[in-house]
Design a protein around this ligand. Structure first.
Ligand code: 5GP
Length: 194
């Protein structure tokens, strides 16, 4: 097991409805040493890519994306969830359905902060059905930016998102892939990775 799998096995809590709670170290209380290690690991995996910006989505993506942007020495841009509708023009807009809250949000990024000259690494905490990543991909594409890859802390491999994103031809790296989890026993099974 790698460092993140070990931590999930120790402190992750399996909830009904295919939700894995990691709020003691990633989503609510944050273990900064662990986040820094995540940043270094994504930097190592994407070291061959000419990344100029890290792109994520608020709120929980920011904590993961921050140490990644720090390791690359590039700015971090996060998509904001917005209720306003009269924003097209200055903003790239995508619609994202929230896995955890089951509602739809428009997410926006200012055109000032992303453009055709950018080489983007997209980062998020979880990958479930892939809506958040598809929204971020759509924003990067609207900007004319090059997507260098996508990095996820925890992919739930029994949900469809990973397959969809890989089938689109993107390089997707997940630090931990959960293939099964049981809310009754709390048991979590990881996909072997090298
Ligand atoms: P997707 O858009 O891929 O369906 O879901 C990804 C988003 O939903 C992530 O940004 C994450 O915030 C949230 N999410 C999905 N599954 C889980 C989960 O099992 N646990 C937690 N804490 N968040 C999740």
């Amino acid at each position: 097991m790698n460092f993140l799998e070990e931590r999930i096995a120790r402190d992750g809590i399996v909830k009904p409805g295919n939700v894995l709670k990691v709020d003691s170290f990633l989503n609510h209380q944050m273990d900064i040493a662990l986040l820094n290690e995540i940043g270094r690991e994504f930097h190592r995996r994407f070291a061959d890519r000419p990344v100029t910006k890290v792109l994520t989505i608020e709120a929980s993506g920011i904590a993961i994306a921050y140490p990644v942007a720090n390791a690359f020495g590039v700015p971090l841009v996060f998509a904001k969830k917005s209720k306003s509708i009269n924003i097209e023009g200055e903003m790239y807009v995508a619609e994202v359905e929230s896995f955890t809250h089951k509602n739809k949000n428009q997410v926006i990024v200012s055109k000032k902060f992303l453009g055709p000259e950018d080489h983007v690494l997209i980062i998020d905490d979880f990958l479930a059905n892939g809506c958040a990543l598809q929204g971020l991909i759509s924003i990067a594409e609207s900007a004319g930016a090059t997507i260098e890859g996508l990095g996820i802390a925890v992919e739930k491999g029994f949900q469809i998102g990973g397959k969809v994103i890989r089938n689109l031809g993107y390089r997707l790296e997940s630090l931990a892939i959960v293939d099964a989890m049981d809310p009754e026993t709390g048991e979590i099974t990881f996909r072997p990775q090298n």
